[in-house]
Design a protein around this ligand. Structure first.
Ligand SMILES: Cc1cc2nc3c(=O)[nH]c(=O)nc-3n(C[C@H](O)[C@H](O)[C@H](O)COP(=O)(O)OP(=O)(O)OC[C@H]3O[C@@H](n4cnc5c(N)ncnc54)[C@H](O)[C@@H]3O)c2cc1C
Length: 407
């Protein structure tokens, strides 16, 4: 076993998910490792992730299927996931004594329902290896001097044989790699909810639709899935997916556009047919008391108000025009999106280090020798569901594998 003098030095910049997972997989017999973290605590995003429960990964074990959840990075991550995918993440944490559970929607959480379990595990593994974690160490500059790097922080200078750059999406820190020659794709928010100022939606927050669809005709995009009315507009997986896939285009539109919402996920003809059938079978019922579709009575009354249909009217007296208006408001409701709000459970940015400059066999820089880049600092991001962490775990594992194989 080499003594400390013979060990190569690795500096990991950023004590987040990617930085810690890389350290946790490095061979302590070969490397001296320092994690430099600017804050007084490490893994702060893991702490708040998944509403404090940490959605560690997603039960999708086929790399080809998995990459479909990444609006940016889908091509590049295929080979990465062939080497380390959610099944490997589960094995890794379970081997460290963390019980995980798969929820109905395939999101994976620690059985404890606490992100602290994940933090403690990562911190303990890194600590047991004898690696140093230096908090309140803001990296200000990185220089190549001979065969090594010199890293300057607010309090010290360090030299290292290898750098792992994992600073997340902070624009200030992106400048550090930009100064070393990497190109940066401009950052824009991803995973946000739509602000919609519409009288029709007031007083309905919390109303949900399990199989909704939403499209933005101008951007030729359509998504389906659960949807939720919030105080400010619309949220839920269907909206978040659109926000991620069209993050850049929506930023260009300054988040002002028209969306067409189908609350039922039924096409217009099918919804009309259901309505006509109900009319035939229940002519005497008042329309306000009729349960034609799987929606709340409150929402149904709002649809009738929007369609200018009197709640007391009997079903048999509903005209073809009124029926058409109701169905259109349910299945093709045109709404003006006037801004965005942060999705509180998980928000990420699109943008970061240009992917063409990364070798995805081992996450090394194609521009800088002995320099690796992982995590949200790259122009990679995913829809909600545990995929953003999975990219961090997989990329960080690849780096550790590459370094461990070097000596
Ligand atoms: C509220 C919220 C909830 C989320 N929930 C989930 C979830 O449940 N599942 C999921 O998959 N994803 C979730 N995400 C996304 C996920 O947290 C990120 O994708 C992930 O944390 C990125 O990890 P990272 O290591 O690349 O960056 P980070 O976690 O941001 O870590 C980077 C670290 O580098 C440090 N740093 C930056 N610059 C410097 C510098 N110059 N010097 C020293 N240190 C520096 C930062 O302080 C930070 O600690 C959530 C995000 C948010 C904001």
């Amino acid at each position: 076993m080499p003594n400390d003098m013979d060990k190569k030095s690795v500096i990991i910049i950023g004590g987040g998910a990617a930085g810690f997972f890389c350290a946790a997989n490095l061979d302590k017999t070969k490397f001296q490792v320092k994690i430099l973290e600017q804050n007084s605590d490490v893994l702060q995003k893991v702490k708040i992730s998944g509403g404090g429960r940490c959605n560690v990964t997603h039960a999708c074990f086929d790399p080809k299927e998995l990459v479909n959840f990444y609006p940016r990075g889908n091509k590049e991550l295929l080979s990465v996931f062939h080497r380390f995918q959610p099944g490997d993440t589960m094995d890794w944490f379970e081997q460290k004594g963390v019980d995980l559970k798969i929820e109905d929607d395939n999101r994976i959480f620690p059985e404890s329902n606490s992100s602290q379990t994940i933090i403690d595990t990562l911190v303990n593994v890194v600590h047991d290896k004898g690696f140093e974690v230096l908090t309140k160490s803001v990296v200000l500059a990185i220089e190549r001097t001979g065969n090594q790097y010199t890293v300057t922080t607010t309090s010290d200078r360090y030299s290292a044989d290898y750098i792992v750059f994992a600073t997340g999406s902070s624009p200030k820190s992106l400048k550090l790699v930009q100064n070393l020659g990497h190109r940066i794709v401009e950052s824009v928010p991803s995973l946000f909810t739509f602000n919609i100022k519409n009288e029709f939606l007031t007083d309905l927050p919390g109303t949900s639709f399990p199989n909704a669809e939403i499209s933005i005709p101008k951007l030729k995009v359509e998504e389906s899935g659960p949807m939720l009315i919030t105080h400010w507009g619309l949220s839920g997986p269907a909206v978040l997916k659109i926000s991620a896939w069209k993050a850049r285009e929506l930023a260009e539109l300054k988040y002002q556009t028209e969306a067409v919402v189908n609350f039922l996920g039924l096409d217009l003809d099918d919804a009309s047919e259901t309505f006509y059938q109900f009319k035939k079978d229940n002519p005497k019922k008042s329309i306000g008391n009729s349960k034609i579709f799987e929606i709340t009575t409150r929402f149904w009354h709002r649809i009738l108000w929007l369609s200018k249909v009197d709640l007391e009217k009997s079903v048999s007296n509903i005209s073809a025009k009124e029926l058409e208006a109701v169905v259109k408001n349910l299945c093709a409701n045109v709404m003006k999106v006037s801004g965005k709000s942060t999705y509180k459970d998980e928000f990420v940015t699109a943008g970061g280090v240009e992917l063409k400059e990364i070798n995805f066999r081992n996450m090394s820089s194609r521009i800088l020798p002995d320099f690796y880049i992982a995590g949200e600092v790259l122009n990679i991001d995913a829809v909600t569901g545990g995929f953003n962490f999975q990219a961090c775990w997989s990329e960080a594992w690849l780096i550790a594998e590459d370094l461990n194989g070097k000596l």
